[in-house]
Write a protein that binds this ligand. Sequence first.
Ligand code: ZN
Length: 138
Amino acid sequence: MKSYRKELTFNTRTRRAFINITPEVKRCLAESGIQEGLLLCNPMHITASVFINDDESGLLSDFEVFLEKLAPEKPYEQYRHNGYEDNADAHLKRSVMGREVVVAITKGQLDFGTWEQIFYGEFDGKRPKRVLVKIIGE
Ligand code: ZN
C-alpha cells in the first residue's frame, strides 16, 4: 500500500471565504501516483471546513447567508467563547459545514458525482491556515 501526505496553505483576505480547492487536490492525487484508494482532506484548524458541494456562486452566497443566520458573527458579546478571541461564530459555522471529506480514488481520478467539487470554507481568515491531504491506496 502506498501512502501520500501533503499540507496546502490558504490565507484569505476576508474573514470568511469559500475556495474551490479541487484543482489543488487533483494535483496531489496525480503527484501521489495512487490509482485505487481513498483520499482524505481536512483543515488543520477548528474554524475552517472542507466540504463537497456545487461550485455555483448563488449557492455559495446562500451558504454565507444561512450560516450568518445560524451563528451571526456579531455582536461578539453574545458568545461565551468570545473574550480573549472573537471567533465563536467561526467554530459554530465550521461545525455545521463539517471537518473533512473522504473521496474514493478510482483509476487515478477523484470518483465524483457530476457536480461534486471540494471546497475550503474559511470562517476566521486573514492568516495562513493549513489543509491536510492524505491519500492511501495502490
Ligand atoms: Zn476560538
